[in-house]
Design a protein. Structure first.
Length: 374
């Protein structure tokens, strides 16, 4: 009975202090992904083929259930404890990322996953990203070092270390996402604009030097050239089919289960989910999903405006920017604005690693936007 009362008290305090509007948006986005997982990859296909196979849907449901538990756990603990735990988890996740080249599972020429007993085919970078934001924010706001450029240097070395580990997999999409997240954090921290411009141009120069003169990154060069010249295109098949599906779906779509992209392109339910949705439900569905993301980001930024603690501001900016950037890259790849990167759509795409990662980000955001008890 005491345990039951304790859980009720914990839930009551959590619900009383949480930002209910932001939490509602998170739940709506998760349910949207679950709905499209059912109707676009399971329900109609199973009925037509008479297989009664809803495995994707049930796995997606289990991942979301685990994600909600992660959100509750991270958003209910004390903020100072969360910051301490974040440092420990970040170091642990970095070790996992370091182990990928050694014990990782190779799929289609990329070694990005490791097989954990409780979570098979887990992608360590999805665990690294949320706590990377927290760790970099703590470095930039640290009182231990007063020289801001020393903080930038330490944070850059850490970012470069993560990027190098990703390059061995290889995973250029996540590498770019990590670097952009770092640039946003140092920009928000108040870096000199001239210094930031020089730094940004240097990174661009380094990027092009690597892809054109280092054999390890030749696949990136081929992918970019293939993207620029649509006639050559070994790497254009998936993007072309995705774009065709969006066009054929029109404004209101072909109807539930009538799309064919999911049967023509591998991993359509992860990397090309926005095209699958657009084909069956039309561009109007994509506009509504984008609107949900923008309302979510705007709601978080409203909270940042009233926040006084610098490190909390940085963490919230970093987490929300990471979600928005990943969503924009995913949509950009689907409409052929960017080369193929293998980036999932936050909250919506199928995949355990992706759902757990976005749940961690959501839990951190809810923790730092909840009402403070004085």
């Amino acid at each position: 009975m005491e345990r039951k009362n304790l859980l009720q008290s914990l839930y009551y305090n959590w619900w009383k202090n949480i930002d209910k509007f932001i939490f509602s948006l998170i739940v709506i986005l998760f349910l949207t992904g679950l709905f499209f997982s059912l109707v676009s990859t399971s329900l109609i296909a199973s009925d037509k083929l008479n297989t009664n196979d809803y495995s994707f849907f049930f796995k997606h449901l289990v991942f979301i259930f685990l994600g909600i538990l992660v959100i509750f756990a991270l958003s209910s603990i004390d903020q100072n404890k969360l910051l301490k735990y974040s440092v420990v988890i970040f170091v642990f996740s970095l070790i996992l990322l370091l182990l990928v080249p050694l014990i990782g599972i190779e799929v289609k020429g990329s070694k990005r996953w490791i097989d954990l007993y409780f979570l098979p085919r887990f992608q360590p970078i999805e665990l690294v990203k949320p706590f990377f934001i927290v760790f970099i924010s703590l470095i930039l706001c640290s009182q231990k070092y007063h020289n801001i450029y020393l903080k930038y240097l330490i944070s850059f070395i850490l970012t470069l270390s993560v990027a190098l580990l990703l390059s061995f997999q290889p995973d250029i999409g996540q590498t770019i996402l990590v670097f952009f997240s770092w640039l946003i954090l140092i920009f928000t921290s108040g870096i000199n604009l001239m210094f930031l411009t020089i730094l940004f141009l240097s990174l661009i120069f380094l990027f092009f030097y690597l892809i054109f003169f280092v054999s390890k990154f030749i696949y990136i060069k081929n992918r970019i050239l293939s993207f620029l010249d649509s006639e050559t295109g070994t790497y254009n098949f998936q993007s072309d089919k995705a774009m065709e599906s969006i066009i054929s779906g029109g404004f209101f779509g072909k109807g539930i289960g009538e799309g064919i992209l999911k049967n023509r392109v591998p991993e359509a339910h992860t990397d090309y989910i926005i095209s699958v949705i657009s084909e069956e439900f039309g561009v109007i569905a994509i506009i509504l999903i984008l609107l949900l993301f923008l309302i979510f980001i705007f709601s978080v930024f409203k909270k940042i405006y009233y926040e006084n603690e610098e490190r909390i501001k940085l963490i919230l900016v970093g987490c929300s920017s990471l979600i928005l950037m990943q969503a924009l890259i995913h949509i950009g790849v689907n409409i052929r604005l960017f080369p193929t990167t293998g980036m999932t759509l936050p909250f919506i795409s199928y995949g355990g690693s992706s759902i757990i990662s976005i749940s961690i980000l959501s839990g951190i955001i809810l923790n730092f936007t909840k009402r403070r008890i004085s």
